[in-house]
Write a protein that binds this ligand. Structure first.
Ligand SMILES: *Cc1c(COP(=O)(O)O)cnc(C)c1O
Length: 216
């Protein structure tokens, strides 16, 4: 069997062995890798794939989507509002919603393109100045704006914990915030910490290098 498929199945069985009572979606993060390299996992029947650049993702996925209509594409990287239209055209989920200008652009384009994407609001829990994500203080107002004023389907919150710290406390905080907004889904956990994230309630893990190998 293909190595990528084998690695993927190992992750799947690690998750199954946690004996959870709700399903966890594995987003195979395929950024930087060519489609030919990723394809065995598509042919294996996996549907959730993650990318962090609109242009790269559009070039990679537009054609294969047409013949694989069950594919679900996730935008997990920073999104500029001038790329919102192209993002709406391609993606099914956006995990990096974090400001009103972007939200307005996404709402406008999905209305005119007759699409209805699912969104995670990215939260900057550690207040890292260089990192995307809305601050905890602004979250509730922003969430209410998105659902009440511009009709975005917000399904949960997303976090990327600081790289130099244990992720656990951030997973816990995100879980609490998610509950306070009565949201059902959570996007947290990567190759190094997806098991931990799932134990704290994550329903969408974003796993790249453990499936595809290290990125150059
Ligand atoms: C690249 C990326 C991942 C995947 O990271 P790995 O450590 O390779 O699993 C997950 N989330 C985001 C936001 C990313 O940019």
């Amino acid at each position: 069997m293909n190595t990528i498929v084998e690695r993927f199945e190992k992750i799947q069985s690690n998750i199954t062995s946690l004996k959870l009572n709700k399903p966890v979606n594995i987003i195979a993060v395929s950024k930087t890798f060519d489609l030919d390299y990723i394809k065995p996992l598509v042919e294996h029947g996996h549907i959730h794939f993650g990318e962090n650049k609109v242009q790269e993702a559009t070039a990679k996925w537009t054609e294969i989507r047409k013949s694989n209509q069950n594919l679900r594409l996730h935008m997990i990287g920073k999104l500029q509002s001038n790329k919102a239209k192209d993002a709406v055209k391609l993606f099914d989920y956006i995990h990096s919603l974090d400001n009103q200008k972007l939200a307005d652009a996404l709402s406008k384009h999905q209305t005119s393109l007759k699409k209805n994407l699912k969104y995670f609001i990215q939260v900057n829990l550690a207040n890292e100045s260089q990192k995307s994500g809305i601050s905890v203080g602004e979250l509730e107002t922003f969430y209410n704006y998105c659902i009440n004023e511009i009709n975005l389907k917000i399904i949960g919150l997303m976090v990327i914990p600081p790289i130099d710290q244990s992720a656990e406390k951030y997973f816990k905080s995100l879980c609490e915030l998610n509950k306070s907004l009565a949201l059902k889904e959570m996007s947290m956990g990567m190759s190094a910490d997806y098991v931990e994230a799932i134990k704290h309630g994550s329903t969408f893990v974003r796993v790249g290098s453990s499936i595809f190998g290290s990125r150059s």
